[in-house]
Design a protein around this ligand. Structure first.
Ligand SMILES: [Zn+2]
Length: 103
């Protein structure tokens, strides 16, 4: 866990508030190294996600050969993308048809 936290600390940032028509928050970086800023930004986003309320919606795709995870947008969602849903539907049809033919 310390590796993740150290990577997030590669780019210390300060919150900034802008106010034109509506308030807008952003983070000001003090680093000029684009690679460190990008890496730290990704890690901060991962930390925000894993410590936030959407973590409970993180689900493994139900297709056995698929290695993807996704965030459920509704309760019955089982697949990471439509092509995995199509694959599962075709597999169910194949097994049902094969069982009906007596093989
Ligand atoms: Zn999938």
């Amino acid at each position: 866990m310390s590796v993740v936290n150290n990577m997030a600390a590669l780019d210390p940032v300060a919150p900034q508030l802008s106010w034109s028509d509506t308030p807008f928050a952003s983070l000001r970086s003090v680093r000029t190294d684009a690679r460190a800023r990008l890496l730290a930004g990704y890690i901060r986003s991962a930390i925000d996600f894993l410590s936030g309320p959407d973590r409970d919606k993180l689900t493994a795709c139900a297709v056995p050969r698929c290695v993807r995870y996704f965030v459920k947008v509704h309760g019955r969602q089982e697949f990471c993308r439509p092509s995995c849903g199509n694959w599962a539907q075709a597999a169910r049809f194949y097994h049902r048809h094969r069982a009906d033919s007596g093989r």
